[in-house]
Design a binder for this molecule. Sequence first.
Ligand SMILES: Nc1nc2c(ncn2[C@@H]2O[C@H](COP(=O)(O)OP(=O)(O)OP(=O)(O)O)[C@@H](O)[C@H]2O)c(=O)[nH]1
Length: 642
Amino acid sequence: MLVQLARATLRVRWRCFSTSSRWQAPKPVAMEDFTSDLIRNFSIIAHIDHGKSTLADRLLELTGTIKKKEVGKNEQVLDKLKVERERGITVKAQTASMVHPVNGKNHILNLIDTPGHVDFSWEVSRSLAACQGALLLVDASQGVQAQTISVFHIAQERGLKIIPVLNKIDLPASQPERIAAQMQSTFGTDPSEILQISAKTGAGVDKVLQAIIERIPPPSGSTTDPLKAFLFDSFYDRYRGVISLVAVQNGILKKGDRIASYHTRKKYEVTEVGIMHPEETPATSLYPGQVGYIACNMKESSEAHIGDTLHRAGVSVDPMPGFKPAKAMVYAGIFPVDSADFPKLEESIKRLVLTDRSVTLQRESSTALGQGVRLGFLGTLHMDVFRQRLEDEHDANIIVTAPTVPYKVVYRDKEVFVSNPTEFPDAVEAASKVKEIQEPVVRASIIMPEEYFGEMMDLCFSHRGEELEHRYLDAGTASSARIMLNCILPLSEIVTDFFDQLKSRSSGFASFDYEEAGYRASDLAKMVFLLNGKPVDALALVIHRSKEDEIGRVWVKKLVKVIPRQQFEVPIQAAVGKKIIARETLKAYRADVTGGLYGGHVERKMKQLELQKEGKRRMKRMGTVEMPQEAFFEIMSTNKKA
Ligand SMILES: Nc1nc2c(ncn2[C@@H]2O[C@H](COP(=O)(O)OP(=O)(O)OP(=O)(O)O)[C@@H](O)[C@H]2O)c(=O)[nH]1
């Protein structure tokens, strides 16, 4: 079987999100040998950078699934997006099956890789739904961090068997005994169950394989019960349409089966089944407990509903519990720098959304920026990653507006969610019709060494934190004890610079995580910016009244720097309702680009005039003021630092 799997692997291509070449099906792998007692489905869960992808690679190597990498090459097998390699973070959960013999019997181990950033906890949760166990990986030099705690709780809620693993024991700064004690006090872990490894050198990794087989229960399921498969992920292949990743619960799933979606009630014929090895490797069939992929002529990604139950057409089954859909927490408008590029941009965005189902989209138009798309993301990192993918993979030249959270406007007779500042009620409307405005808040937890406690309290207060409380995670020595600080923070306060400040004010030692905590009434208002007395829609912001002076001043200063001088003086003002909060004046200037050119420099002169003409084409008229699209780009990209 091992040989057969390895051969099949050699003949298949890499699964790739951006490009897809013609594909030739190798001989299918027979899966009937892998009865459910020989299957283990597991995930690796950890705080960001604690070594999940490195350990995944070592496990794939140790089981002979991939070849051992050349020393010095640092690319990880399961992190495949360019942005993942560049930023060293996992964005999209991936699956890989490996085969490992124990007592002369081949076992199949299905690893589902999970992302490690707080923005992607939805991906973590859905990956775990297909598992019976999880390796909880903790960096032995850093100890328990904010996301270690949140992923532990997700895994525990799902009833998974958790295997505690201390990683990076090769580092001189590692303190395995101390961190083991910390895990015991935080999670109630029995220190004798903790494995100590170095994913980098490979030390102790064989023990991990053994523990997966010994400690994680095999999936249950019956071959004779009606077919029931859980759909936990999907991606798009331009030749075969939507490919769904499934965990078979009962029955046997094979090519030619007529299946139906419980969610959409649509029927399909299965054209291919297989396992991720980690590339797609066709198989004859998938048996209960097995995790693999299917192709069934689904044309639209929206047909593959994450959390759906697939069953045999005409044979009904009780559905799986399913998932809460991903909820957008941060919204931003994306516009092309050159308005003529909109159709191409819209197409690129749609294609990218096919690979990232948690992004929501809606068309929007702005007088200042023209046609664009308003997108909803799980968080700001998610937004940044999407932007980078749009630029890297689709060569897009874009302007991204300031991020906004979804506010709740409570009128006397209805509640409306507003995720675009231009739609936020102005002062007049607010005074006459609106009962209350609410903003989303989160329950934040920050873990830090004791010496940064004061700084972190300060950070929370300056971001409107409430209900602060703290506790010690371990007793440690006076200088190295760790504290967990919890508080309620408005989501809008963490979508700008909170994370950067947390890192810089704690010299990188604090970690942060949050979960939604509903909505709270808040004193919010719309701030508009006026150029020569006329408001510019794309620049509107929703702000907390306690910060209106500070934000108004920063923004007008920024605007005066990036807007080119006009032939007349231009007042730049920040206003809330009728009240002007801040003002700068842009001095008049006569643009004579050829002024400095004399005599025979005709060619140069013509070129300058051409350039000016080109510039004019891209100018936007804001009332009486001309503003190049690039100025918006400048403002928006300096936005994060505001
Ligand atoms: N010294 C040492 N470094 C390690 C070890 N394991 C991982 N690293 C390094 O730690 C960094 C993070 O490792 P990754 O495997 O990318 O971490 P990750 O948890 O997958 O990160 P995300 O997927 O972004 O959450 C990389 O620079 C690795 O080379 C280890 O055992 N020892």
